[in-house]
Design a protein around this ligand. Structure first.
Ligand code: PLP
Length: 217
């Protein structure tokens, strides 16, 4: 699917849901993709990208930022505390804040560095043991804790279980955000971004539908 096609589908979904056109930002998830594909998307004028790993992003984005103005890169994957400082330098936003230890580290670094990326708290809406994120029942307390540290919490993020209807998870994330007065909702990927937009996503994270399948070989 072309970028233009995805954008037009997002706009249609916004319209159907009675949301303003352009209310949803499209994060082009460039992890594992060859640089030539990423460059083609940059050439088309797109500027918002997502990566899963600090190391991979560090090897890719400083060069692209020299070539293109206005680039914004968001970290979507898990963040280890020992990479937090590097992540705060590399990314405009972090979508994977998921535990008090990481919140403490980010708060300390924010003081030290005088800046902090926008933060999204990841919620494990499917309560999957192998998946990152705070449990729904712990979300309110964790949001309050992060706010008490003056962290710039902009919203919530979820990755629904692969075998469940994603809209149930998007609705749950929206409910937790609303009762905590948070506007940002990072949800929806290649296979379900339209239903995420219908349920209020402010950021959809679309990879393979834009770039093609990832080649992990
Ligand atoms: C890889 C990834 C995406 C994009 O997945 P696609 O199915 O390729 O659109 C979105 N969000 C997260 C957290 C990811 O790791």
């Amino acid at each position: 699917m072309s970028l233009a096609e995805i954008t037009s589908r997002i706009h249609k979904a916004e319209q159907t849901a009675g949301r303003p056109i352009g209310a949803t930002q499209l994060i082009a998830v460039s992890k594992v993709q060859p640089n030539a594909r990423v460059q083609a998307v940059l050439e088309s004028g797109h500027r918002l990208f997502g990566e899963n790993k600090v190391q991979e992003a560090a090897g890719k984005w400083p060069q692209f930022r020299e070539q293109y103005d206005g680039v914004s890169v968001h970290l979507l994957g898990p963040l280890q505390t020992n990479k937090a400082r590097q992540a705060m330098d590399l990314f405009e936003a972090i979508h994977s804040l998921d535990r008090p230890k990481l919140a403490n580290t980010l708060a300390r670094l924010a003081q030290d560095m005088g800046k902090c990326p926008d933060l999204f708290i990841q919620v494990n809406t499917g309560q999957e043991p192998q998946k990152a994120g705070v449990l729904p029942v712990d979300a309110d307390a964790f949001i309050a804790e992060c706010r008490s540290m003056d962290l710039p919490v902009k919203g919530l993020m979820c990755i629904p279980p692969v075998d469940e209807e994603p809209s149930l998870h998007f609705a749950l994330l929206g409910k937790i955000a609303a009762r905590n007065g948070l506007d940002g909702l990072s949800m929806g990927m290649s296979s379900d971004f339209e239903s995420a937009v219908a349920l209020g996503a402010t950021h959809v994270r679309v990879g393979s539908a834009i770039f093609g399948a990832r080649d992990y070989s």
